[in-house]
Design a protein around this ligand. Structure first.
Ligand code: 13P
Ligand code: ZN
Length: 270
């Protein structure tokens, strides 16, 4: 068996959680990540027959039966993942129609997966239907996106258009735009179901007054997706109180669509 601490998926998870903490997106235990793994990748590092604990999930997701996830632990601090990955992370296999997570590695202090596990697992189901290459669901609390939900309308078209207008490359990075949920109680199956529904039409879902969810094919790409939206929100929060003299026009957005071979969300551009 190879050393799991040297597995690319663990190394990359440590780098990503550390980077997110350093960006100020994950105060205290804020934020969580789940990474879908192939059984072939896992088998080099673990005896997949050796289940440490079976943890009930409290929801069903039959589509995920047999799938492996590396996931951050509930109550764990992103800043600490690099120092104790086996305490702060866990590797689980979904079983029993989604109702059980079999722990194969990690959570060595008796901990368990993030309280947002419903939103993560249901979002994986939703994204895999749209994009079979989706591997990552990432949640965090970036300050500017959060701030924006206090002062900007939560209308999804308007919210998306504002972000697209803040940096030229936004429409290229997230042509599907940003979906927005109103404030909801976090950590519940209800917010999980609502998030997954929003994930079926966009890779970014804002949780108003709380944070954001992103989905993508790997950790780097998903980080970059949230990073781009957060940069746009930062520009917005710098200029929202000032008279707007210039903006990126819809005509210019259409030029970007043609240049980069993307198509903005239907009906979002004039
Ligand atoms: P966890 O510590 O359970 O992952 O919760 C953090 C969080 O951001 C809740 O939305
Ligand atoms: Zn949160």
């Amino acid at each position: 068996m190879k050393d799991i601490l040297e597995a690319p998926f663990v190394v990359e998870m440590i780098r990503t959680t550390t980077n997110m903490y350093n960006h100020g997106w994950d105060e205290r235990n804020g934020g969580n990540i789940s990474l879908l793994l192939e059984e072939a990748d896992v088998k080099d590092y673990l005896d997949t027959d050796a289940v440490i604990r079976a943890i009930p999930t409290g929801f069903s997701a039959p589509e995920l039966d047999g799938k492996y996830f590396l996931v951050t632990g509930t109550g764990k601090y992103f800043k600490n993942v690099q120092y104790a990955p086996d305490v702060n992370l866990g590797l689980v296999r979904i079983a029993n129609g989604g109702e059980t997570a079999e722990l194969l590695w990690g959570f060595t202090d008796g901990g368990k997966f993030t309280s947002e596990f419903p939103a993560h697992m249901m979002s994986h189901v939703a994204r895999l239907k749209v994009d079979p290459d989706n591997r990552v669901v990432m949640h965090c609390h970036p300050a500017n996106l959060l701030a924006m939900t206090y002062v900007h309308t939560l209308d999804e078209r308007e919210f998306t258009r504002t972000l697209w207008q803040m940096c030229t490359e936004c429409i290229v990075v997230f042509p599907d735009g940003v979906n927005v949920l109103p404030w909801m109680l976090c950590g519940t199956n209800e917010i999980g179901e609502a998030t997954a529904e929003k994930m079926s039409t966009a890779r970014l879902v804002v949780w108003s007054l709380h944070g954001i969810y992103g989905a993508g094919k790997d950790l780097d790409e998903t980080f970059g997706l949230i990073e781009t939206a957060e940069k746009a929100a930062e520009i917005y929060m710098k200029i929202a109180h000032l008279p707007r003299v210039n903006t990126i026009t819809d005509e210019q957005m259409h030029q970007l669509e043609a240049r980069f071979g993307v198509k903005g969300r239907e009906g979002y551009l004039a």
